[in-house]
Design a protein around this ligand. Structure first.
Ligand SMILES: [Zn+2]
Length: 254
């Protein structure tokens, strides 16, 4: 091959490699000021640093761009609702380098608690055909289901945060009670004794639903961390410290 042809071939390979490079989604357009102002409705907003507030706005913009919202039972999900749901979800993803919850595709929003027929056997192996009422579900790696009035109550300071609960399940796709990226040994050293203690003595802060499994323990613990951080820190300082270390939000700071 002549020098000229070689150069041409090299250029062609370069163009091909450029075209095949892994694609990163373009950054989303920034939230308009009115939508940025909605983020201040988060009870946790005052505890975020300037950098975390900026990151939250970026993550919320990516979340509302990338996820499909579905209003169920006649509910219309408007842009304000979408932003407020995303804001709660992204509290747990501010440290993620890329877009939030890359596996998650859909957010189903109900106008209240919804009824499911749960085929899962209970601890005795009995499968009930009685319908159960729920305020949230995380079906698989791609969908969460939440009740809008309950998401609003979390904004008003309720100890329950259904969006954070279901998003915690998304961060723990194997249901081990540990978010991806956490050191397994270190995590277990803090969480395993706390899980046992909850089953034995209960907790003034952590919902007893956390006794169901390590995955539910992690999900309700995340709710306590974001909704009642000072109470969690007081009652369970080691648990609070581990969550602050992992998520990077000093929510109990006064
Ligand atoms: Zn759960």
């Amino acid at each position: 091959m002549t020098g000229g042809l070689l150069l041409l071939a090299a250029a062609a390979v370069g163009v091909l490699l450029w075209a095949l490079r892994p694609r990163r989604p373009a950054p989303p357009p920034p939230l308009p000021p009115a939508e940025q102002a909605l983020l201040q409705r988060l009870p946790q907003y005052a505890q975020l640093s300037a950098g975390q507030r900026e990151r939250l706005a970026e993550q919320v913009a990516a979340f509302v761009r990338d996820k499909d919202y579905y209003g169920c039972n006649g509910l219309q999900v408007d842009r304000e609702m979408a932003v407020l749901l995303a804001a709660q979800a992204c509290l747990l993803s501010l440290r993620e380098a890329g877009a939030p919850y890359p596996q998650l595709r859909s957010v189903l929003v109900y106008p209240g608690a919804f009824v499911v027929h749960d085929p899962e056997p209970d601890e005795l192996g009995i499968v009930s055909d009685e319908p159960e009422e729920r305020i949230g579900e995380s079906w698989d790696a791609q969908r969460i289901v939440v009740s809008w009035p309950d998401a609003q109550q979390a904004l008003a300071g309720s100890p329950v945060n259904v969006v954070v609960h279901e998003c915690a399940h998304q961060l723990d796709p194997l249901g081990q009670g540990r978010p991806e990226g956490a050191d397994p040994q270190r995590w277990a050293a803090v969480m395993a004794p706390a899980y046992e203690a909850l089953q034995r003595h209960g907790s003034p802060v952590i919902d007893e639903y956390g006794c169901e499994s390590p995955a539910e323990f992690f999900a309700v613990l995340c709710e306590s961390y974001v909704q009642e951080p000072a109470a969690l820190q007081q009652a369970h300082p080691a648990l609070y410290a581990e969550l602050e270390r992992h998520f990077g939000l000093a929510l109990a700071a006064t």
